[in-house]
Ligand binder design. Structure first.
Ligand code: CA
Length: 225
């Protein structure tokens, strides 16, 4: 069963979406604001998040950023205007719909993003990563080692999230550089060396003999929990 998390602050619309989606055999969870949505995303590990950008407590873009670090859910954004859509897509949304939309249109988009997600994103949807040396809470952006909080910079987190999301896989240098620094920095492999050294120094028990952040020389990096 595909689980859809509906994040929308207009109760009549939430009700209509819930009825229609349940009638089509979707498992549905609903949240009226961003904070509740993030909590539900942790509990339910939805396949798709249907996200209204205009929420009472936080910007929908912030919700996308908070999810994208660790959740494999597809994010289908809904908004009254198309202005914020580019920002939403850049932040990691998969597709968007402008209000008002028909239920048929919504269902078609929902099927398409759910299908794409199943085929391209690795499983293992968790915000909490525990290794024998450290723990990471990707939602709260907290790292702990030996009972102490470890401070990581936003760039270190970004790099860490990409590696952790694809735990056990080799992630190429180009992919990391492009995701963290953008297309114009694809040759700056020295950035990666510096940041990976920092991550090891902060998180590994013995940074000289890493057990979690591995280098594949000339190719990329791999995280093992
Ligand atoms: Ca709204």
């Amino acid at each position: 069963m595909t689980c859809v998390l509906v994040v929308e602050d207009e109760p009549p619309l939430v009700r209509a979406l819930e009825i229609n989606l349940k009638a089509r055999n979707y498992d549905v969870a609903t949240a009226l604001d961003g904070a509740h949505a993030l909590r539900l995303a942790v509990d339910h590990a939805p396949d798709v998040v249907l996200l209204d950008l205009g929420l009472p407590d936080m910007d929908g873009i912030e919700v996308i950023r908070a999810l994208r670090g660790w959740s494999r859910a597809a994010i289908l954004v809904v908004s009254r205007t198309s202005e914020a859509m580019v920002t939403a897509l850049d932040a990691g949304a998969d597709d968007y719909l402008t209000k008002p939309f028909s239920m048929g249109e919504l269902l078609a988009r929902l099927r398409a993003v759910a299908r794409r997600t199943e085929s391209t994103r690795p499983s293992g949807d968790t915000a909490l990563i525990e290794t024998k040396d450290f723990t990471l809470d990707l939602l709260a952006k907290k790292a702990r080692r030996k009972g102490r909080d470890v401070r990581l910079t936003p760039t270190e987190w970004h790099l860490l999230e990409i590696l952790v999301r694809r735990s056990g896989e080799l992630v190429s240098r180009q992919q990391l550089l492009q995701e963290v620094w953008g297309w114009s920095h694809l040759t700056k492999t020295n950035y990666l060396r510096v940041y990976m050294a920092q991550l090891r120094r902060k998180l590994e028990a013995d940074p000289a003999h890493p057990q979690h952040f591995f280098t594949a020389p000339g190719m990329g990096y791999r995280f093992e929990p």
